[in-house]
Design a protein around this ligand. Structure first.
Ligand code: ADE
Length: 230
């Protein structure tokens, strides 16, 4: 069983409408849609926005659906001048940029008493997603690297510069590292797939809804193809 999480309805409804043999269960106020896509058993869920929602959602997938992979699909703000609106980022690792236990000597992002700063995404899932992107979005650039998460929509130049200087991530969003941490604790391979909707600075434009819709269409096409090849 493959679990697919999107934070917002717009990020999952196209996947849901492509599914067959659908049954729906509500847990933790979230609707888990189980069914088949591209010949595979999947469960698609809208977690809601932010790290707590995403962590709870992942735990439900582990406990009630025994998923053996978790894919998080959605949009993100770019942290790299080479990565433009509509491009895709696949996670190598994820971390929570808003964790701060510096008072105890920990580096920014480090959760006290956990082994490492970031959680490693699954390489096989990332390679599969990269190949799917080549197949379905041949004109879209794909990047692999670190994804940053925090309970903040980053739309500020100074904050963006700090994130880049401190963590060196490719994009920032609000759920991926919580999904990564919950997957790690349950021993489940995971991957974050994000299409860029904005530049995570003050350049957010009037066109944001259009960029968002375009970005979502890229990840949906990719995930549909990828599920069939897992
Ligand atoms: N999701 C999309 N763009 C984002 C941003 N700039 N910050 C956080 N989450 C996002």
């Amino acid at each position: 069983m493959i679990g697919i999480i999107g934070a917002m309805e717009e990020e999952v409804n196209q996947l849901k409408s492509a599914m067959e043999e659908v049954s729906v269960e509500t847990k933790a106020s979230m609707e888990f849609c189980r069914g088949r896509l591209s010949g595979k058993d999947i469960v698609v869920v809208r977690s809601g926005i932010g790290k707590v929602n995403a962590g709870i959602c992942t735990q439900v997938l582990a406990d009630f659906y025994s998923v053996n992979a978790v894919i998080n699909t959605g949009i993100a703000g770019s942290l790299n001048a080479q990565i433009n609106i509509g491009d895709i980022v696949l996670s190598t690792d994820v971390l929570q940029h808003d964790v701060d236990a510096a008072a105890f000597g920990y580096p920014a992002g480090q959760i006290p008493r956990m082994d490492s700063l970031s959680f490693q995404a699954d390489r096989r899932l990332a390679d599969c997603a990269e190949e799917s992107c080549r197949r379905v979005n041949p004109d879209i650039k794909t990047f692999k690297g670190r994804v940053l998460s925090g309970d903040q929509f980053v739309a500020d130049k100074e904050k963006k510069e700090w994130l880049i200087k401190t963590f060196g991530g490719l994009c920032t969003e609000m759920e991926g590292a919580a999904i990564g941490q919950a997957s790690y604790l349950n021993g489940i391979p995971f991957l974050i797939v994000r299409a860029i909707s904005d530049k995570a600075d003050d350049s957010a434009s009037m066109d944001y809804p259009a960029f968002e819709a375009k970005a979502i269409s890229h990840t949906v096409a990719l995930v549909k193809d990828m599920v069939g090849r897992l």
